[in-house]
Write a protein that binds this ligand. Structure first.
Ligand code: GLU
Length: 459
């Protein structure tokens, strides 16, 4: 095992060069807690970078990085099946296009607000840079709740959403994809409306498309698969592997399902999943096919999964998965789902590695607990980069009107995840924080974007 530096390189944001900058972020973006958290987490870990590369503090480069290039907020009116009218709010934050067109998903969930979209967009900039692909960062969504809505309602909502958003999109401009609440069905309705309004079959304008109309094989699986491939790399640096490990997964959406599937393929035993109503402990090993059937086909809840598994599985209403003793934990649900006490429980339960399948699922306090305990920790910007990286592969296939096999695409994904891991690992070492992938991922992503912004002048 390489030496692991447990000191957290805290750049004190209450004084020093970055203090007025962070103050300004707080003042300019009042009430946007998740955005503050995401900015703080990055700035605090970049101290070693600024010490070696002071030119990155010139030209207000960091201030520019914290200010989105463009923020769109729009009305989304639509009618439900009973004839009632609803008015939702739509967002698209086009954060940074120094490396390529804005790229990042759309989230449909009642919790969505500007602060959440900005936190996700900010993270996306660094994550996308880390993949080594030519994509900028953006994010969007709506406070629309697709739960219990009919297909016809979801279609009308998506059509109304795209009727405003289409004018801001394009394969060279801004390329959305899915996120929580936006999967293949929603991308289909969004693409159809874009095509109808513009009169163009512009396949590269959205990713996560169906396989018969420009989608990429392995895109659906990519975020979960990538997270597990990243975990395998992390364990490898410590002389271990996933073979025979007990893995706890939270969430039961696209990321969780395919993380569980890949972990099983690599010989691990996956024993849990969860949703907003509770957790399932399945000591027999998660039945991924049944979970897919319940969640993706029937659009049901995990309590139904537990019921059908019978004596094998236990449903814990209102519970979480963090109390279950395990070797590896993969938070794959949503932001701030793993708090300080949860991290303490994981450490006491013998956890060896934690990798974030979701975006920012681990609170800063929980990250500190894990790091101080010397647990291998894969931050989301690195560990869940496989989804967006495979979106970039989808764009590549669209641009060349090509369609790759599953095996070839998965092999490219595996190479990208190795690159993401190794560049985070080596960058951490280069800045004097060996083994610290939080510092490594933030610094490696930052270097790529900062270099491009520096070269392109004051814009
Ligand atoms: N929503 C995913 C993410 O958080 C994927 C975005 C994309 O494929 O553009 O990275």
């Amino acid at each position: 095992m390489p030496p692991f530096d447990q000191r957290i390189p805290k750049h004190d944001l209450s004084s020093g060069a970055l203090a007025p900058l962070y103050e300004q972020v707080l003042r300019r973006n009042p009430g946007e807690d998740e955005f503050h958290q995401a900015v703080r987490e990055v700035l605090e870990t970049l101290a070693p970078v600024f010490a070696q590369r002071p030119e990155y503090l010139e030209g207000k480069l960091v201030e520019r990085l914290c200010e989105p290039e463009r923020q769109l907020i729009f009305r989304v009116p639509w009618m439900d099946d009973t004839g009632e009218v609803h008015v939702n709010r739509g967002f698209r934050v086009e954060f940074n296009s120094a490396l390529g067109p804005y790229k990042g998903g759309l989230r449909f969930h009642p919790s969505v607000n500007l602060g959440i979209v900005k936190f996700l967009g900010f993270e996306q900039v660094f994550k996308n840079a880390l993949t080594g692909m030519p994509i900028g960062g953006g994010k969007g969504g709506s406070d629309f709740d697709p739960k219990d809505r009919s297909d016809a309602e979801v279609m009308r909502f998506c059509q109304s959403f795209m009727t405003e958003l289409y004018r801001h999109l394009g394969e060279y401009t801004d390329v959305p994809a899915g996120d929580i609440g936006v999967g293949g069905r929603e991308i289909g309705y969004l693409f159809g409306q874009y095509r109808r309004i513009t009169g163009r079959h512009e396949s590269g304008v959205l990713t996560g498309k169906g396989l018969s109309w420009g989608g990429a094989r392995a895109r659906t699986e990519a975020t979960g698969y990538g997270c597990v491939l990243f975990t395998e790399q992390m364990l490898r640096t410590r002389g271990r592997s996933l073979e025979g490990m007990r893995v706890v997964v939270s969430g039961s959406g696209n990321v969780a399902i395919y993380a569980a599937q890949k972990a099983q393929q690599l010989g691990a035993k996956v024993i849990s999943c969860s949703d907003s109503s509770g957790a399932v402990v399945d000591e027999g090993g998660l039945d991924v096919e049944l979970l897919q059937q319940v969640k993706e086909v029937e659009r049901g809840r995990i309590a139904e999964y537990a019921e059908r598994r019978g004596a094998q599985a236990k449903f814990l209403p209102g519970g979480t998965v963090w109390q279950i003793p395990c070797d590896v934990a993969l938070p794959c649900a949503t932001q701030n789902e793993l708090g300080e006490q949860d991290a303490v429980a994981l450490v006491n339960g013998g956890v060896q590695a934690v990798a974030e399948g979701a975006n920012m699922p681990t609170t800063p306090e929980a990250v500190r607990v894990l790091r101080e305990a010397g647990i291998a920790f894969g931050p989301g910007k690195a560990a869940n980069a496989g989804g967006v990286a495979t979106s970039a592969l989808e764009m590549q296939q669209n641009a060349s009107r090509d369609s790759w096999t599953f095996e070839y695409t998965e092999q490219r994904l595996a190479e990208i995840m190795r690159h993401v891991h190794d560049s985070s690992f080596e960058t951490a070492e280069r800045y004097g924080h060996p083994g610290d992938l939080v510092v490594g991922a933030n610094a490696a992503g930052f270097e790529v974007v900062a270099e491009a912004m520096h070269a392109q002048g004051l814009i």
